[in-house]
Design a protein around this ligand. Structure first.
Ligand SMILES: Cc1cc2nc3c(=O)[nH]c(=O)nc-3n(C[C@H](O)[C@H](O)[C@H](O)COP(=O)(O)O)c2cc1C
Length: 576
């Protein structure tokens, strides 16, 4: 049973002079919502031993002994030159303290906010710190000239990505990570798509994105932009398997998921501050609940956000939620500033909510709630007060509060939006109604076609379709994610002989009767010139359904060739 395995540190070579040390917890590590799939996690640390020796991201206190023992087997403490911090959190302080005792000569390499954290954590130490602002490099010798990319977000203002051109490994920290524990160091073959219950690593990555990235989309996009020009072979992520085979797909997914968040028409601004992380944990769970209702959340950690940005976000948002701890009987100053902005700028018809962690009296929550009530704002939920650190049940309640809030907001906004003109793709997709279609694709330079009748529209955003293909007929390019094909949709007036010629298994188009004209689609698959509409598709998922594969594909582009054509419908009779 997975829970019975003890924590350990798995070590593996991942490139020239480079090793990963994966501190593994097979059971849920903490009660934060990001661990909600309960598949364990790994805290990945990296070791580069060139002329100089550096470690990246030593793990938190719960792994301290096993990690230091594992590291000691790889290096002599006196040879450890640098400790690179991709992010800083209080639970890593005991590990840093231990490292400073074992290797007092170390230099920390980190962003400016991390440097500030280090100084306030070790006020009596004369720390050696190299601050990386984005332009500096660190030469470890033997080609390992490290570059750094500060990647701040409200949750991790101190985040820093590291790139090693020698190994083409990008150490991404939180970006592209997932909480899942396993024996495989890399992601190869972990993207299962044939099992309908468990979607493989994709599911963990998407869940992690929804929990931690979706509320900070602008920061995610800024990070993606910063790293876009790099030649990367491996994402050295902070948690879960290292990304190698799924690197391009995951990067595309991050763009798509971010884009989808921005496309959401209704948005909530979640303004919070959190001195010790408890209110931040609540914020994350509420944000996840709201995200699940299809509403965009913009999380703002008021401590690290300018009043101008808070002002803009508050103005744009359809609803506002404020999260505050109580410190010395008050809300922290950044929350007082944010509240003043809300009261000054926002129209009081916006739905609001208040939450926060407190110790004994929770005055800040009463203050914020009273001010908003006096200003006439309607409340989407009763003020949520949580004593100190939230437990698992509380986080579930937070998620439910988020869902209810999102649903209420949607109901409140249910007006009839102006009719939008359908895009060419939407017009083409709208032609699918139990249609008679011919699926065309290109395999090893040969253009193939087959008649398909079980086709239906499956999703609007993104536009997507399902096609059922008998298992014995499925060909390779339909069976891998990203495989390309064209779905040709016909109108009623198409001659039955034409359609009949596609009835057999996938056959090369040249073997069909002459007179079949094709043009080459953007995705290289042939388009039948006699079609009434066509859709250029990419395979996204497979469902193993008895004697058929049901293939879910997203539509990359579609076009209506004959706008007046009435779609030909499959009228096959059931034989007795
Ligand atoms: C310096 C300090 C002052 C605090 N003052 C109060 C207080 O006046 N009233 C109260 O209910 N809790 C008080 N607390 C408890 C915090 O509100 C509590 O630890 C809370 O979980 C902090 O939330 P955070 O992790 O989001 O910062 C105080 C805590 C500290 C460390």
């Amino acid at each position: 049973m997975i829970d019975s395995k003890p924590r350990d540190v798995q070590i593996g070579s991942i490139g020239t002079n480079t090793q990963v040390l994966r501190a593994r917890s097979w059971s849920r590590l903490r009660f934060e919502i990001e661990y909600g799939l309960c598949r364990g996690t790994t805290a990945n640390s990296y070791l580069i031993t060139a002329d100089k020796t550096a470690i990246i991201d030593p793990p938190g206190a719960s792994f301290i002994n096993i990690y230091l023992a594992a590291l000691q087997n790889q290096i002599h403490w006196q040879n450890l030159d640098y400790v690179i911090l991709g992010h800083f959190s209080p639970n890593r302080v005991p590990t840093l303290t231990a490292l400073l005792e074992l290797a007092p000569q170390i230099t920390f390499v980190c962003s400016l906010p991390s440097a500030n954290n280090l100084h306030s954590t070790f006020p009596d130490e004369d720390l050696k710190i190299l601050i990386m602002r984005g332009k500096e490099t660190l030469d470890l010798g033997q080609g390992h000239i490290l570059k750094f990319f500060p990647n701040p977000s409200p949750r991790w203002p101190e985040a820093l990505c590291t790139y090693d051109p020698q190994t083409q490994i990008l150490y991404t920290g939180k970006l592209f990570a997932a909480h899942i524990c396993g024996d495989q160091i890399f992601d190869d073959n972990l993207y299962s798509n044939s099992d309908s219950h468990y979607q493989g690593l994709n599911e963990d990555q998407k869940y992690y994105f929804n929990c931690l990235m979706a509320p900070h989309i602008t920061h995610v996009e800024a990070a993606l932009e910063k790293i876009a020009h790099l030649q990367v072979q491996i994402y050295g992520v902070g948690h879960g398997p290292l990304i190698r085979s799924g690197l391009i797909k995951l990067t595309q997914s991050y763009f798509q998921w971010s884009h989808a968040q921005k496309e959401r028409e209704i948005s909530v601004a979640l303004l919070y501050a959190s001195a010790y992380g408890n209110t931040a944990t609540l914020a994350q769970a509420i944000a996840l609940g709201i995200t699940k209702t299809g509403i965009a959340v913009k999380s703002i950690n008021c401590e690290f956000t300018s009043p101008e940005e808070i002002h803009t976000t508050v103005e744009k948002a359809d609803a506002l939620i404020i999260g505050t701890p109580t410190i010395g009987g008050h809300a922290p100053t950044p929350i007082q500033t944010a509240l003043a902005i809300v009261l000054a700028t926002s129209d009081n018809s916006k739905l609001v909510g208040v939450f926060g962690s407190y110790g004994w009296s929770g005055e800040a929550l009463d203050i914020v709630e009273t001010k908003l009530k006096h200003a006439g704002f309607p409340f989407g939920f009763d003020t949520l007060k949580v004593k100190f650190k939230p437990d698992e049940l509380t986080l579930k309640i937070c998620e439910e509060i988020g869902k209810d809030f999102g649903q209420n907001l949607k109901n409140a906004k249910k007006t009839h939006p102006p009719r939008k003109i359908a895009t060419p793709t939407e017009q083409a997709v709208s032609k699918i109604v139990g249609s008679v279609c011919v699926l065309t694709t290109k395999q090893a330079e040969i253009s193939m076609a087959i008649l398909v009748t079980w086709v239906s529209q499956a999703t609007f955003k993104p536009p997507g379709i399902t096609v059922a293909i008998a298992k014995e007929r499925a060909i390779e390019c339909l069976m891998y994610i990203g495989g390309k094909f064209v779905l040709n949709i016909f109108s009623e007036d198409i001659h039955t002989d034409y359609i009949k010629s596609f009835r057999r298994n996938f056959t090369p188009i040249e073997e069909h009767p002459s007179g079949i004209r094709t043009i080459v689609g953007e995705n290289s698959s042939p388009i039948l010139a006699d079609a009434a509409a066509y859709l250029e598709c990419s395979v996204n998922q497979h469902l193993d359904c008895g004697d058929h594969w049901v293939i879910y594909a997203t539509v990359d582009y579609g076009k209506l060739i004959n706008p007046d054509g009435v779609t030909a419908i499959n009228k096959t009779k059931t034989s007795q």
